[in-house]
Design a protein around this ligand. Sequence first.
Ligand code: UDX
Length: 438
Amino acid sequence: MRISIIGCGYLGAVYAASMASIGHDVLGLDVDQDKIDGLNQGRAPFHEPGFDKVLAQSLESGRLRFSTEYADAADYEAHVICVGTPQQVDAAGADLTYVHAAVDSLIPHLSDSDVVLGRSTVPVGTASSLVERLRAAGSQAVLAWNPEFLREGFAVKDTLHPDRLVYGLPEDPAEAARAREVLDAMYAPMLEAETPLVVGNYATAELVKGAANSFLATKISFINAVAEVCEATGADVSVIAEAIGLDDRIGPKFLRAGIGFGGGCLPKDIRAFMARAGELGVTEALGFLREVDHVNNRRRDHVVNMARKALDGSFTGKRIAVLGAAFKPDSDDTRQSPALYIASKLSGRGADVVVTDPAANQRVHAERPNLAIAEDAYAAATGADIVLLLTEWQQFKDLDPVKLREVVTTPHMIDGRNVLDPAQWREAGWTYQSMGRP
Ligand code: UDX
């Protein structure tokens, strides 16, 4: 298949390189010239394990190239919208500016046998409105919705070996058949490998994504709410998570209590889902997601309060080492990062904060110049009055409490991700606190 991919962020760039790696001819389009130049030279614009390799191999094969010229898309038959849908600046809903711009820029270069596929996460009803946009501009191209579910840190694996494929097809049987033909050809190796395929209409496919991310967010906030109860009782949330996770109706995944979820997806997706429900007159149906969001935000503030108490009520003149800035390990993404939120809050309250992250240091330096950056955990912790582990990178999980103790002023650790062994750290002389564990 000849596929153009519009938007070369975390989703589109990985998708472009991965689709080329399974034999398709792929064009990646983006308006950012620097990003496109870098990608054409094999430079990844973000940290994503395995991406550099698949990018290099796909460029080498001659089946992948990147461009800023929409006119180049004219030679391709499937066009996949992978642009971002961030939260609106002054409202909870999703900002569709980039989706609309992508479709409008594509329209002059579409032929009527082309298929446009949406992969961006959008509010329900967007696909239908995009069809109207296409038709109003005189294009008869077929539109289908094909949500993605990739996790950062596993983006290549999730793209090449997805749990499931979802097709949202048009009502018209001939259009649906054309969309299906293109989708089946694009995903032939995945279908051959018996990846489950779920087919519905536009609204269903759009809602699958909102529902999946809301469920995941709810699961995390659920266990974090239980952690709050544990903190009031002396119970251990990690033992509770283990025990309830053994019930296969519940399952053990996404039950890690800590400082909550962040990133470019879950926080904005639950808000956009609620906002859309409001527009549709079913606000109450998703009212619980407001609570999910509140629980999540409370965990961040809880860590700030724990640190304040540990420092005898004042941050002034106190040195705080923050281990981690990315919203999760194996990523340099700091969007809605709980770690960065906490670091900024502490700094705003007068603490001398030193942050270190194995992949996000440069990004933090650019985005939060008020935060000091250190090369590694030992440099960050030197002279610290307290150490906060906020992103569970392997490097931090492997820290030697005896060695780290030698560099700090006060051996006090707040483990925001419940990943260190309490007994080992206490034995090494640390005051050790974690989330929802005695
Ligand atoms: C998420 C969805 O998993 C993915 O399917 C969707 O396509 C995009 O959004 P991602 O944002 O990459 O993916 O991160 P994910 O692995 O889901 O983690 C989200 C956040 O939840 C992270 O901040 C992580 O630290 C946190 N988390 C996850 C927990 O706090 N506890 C858990 O048990 C799991």
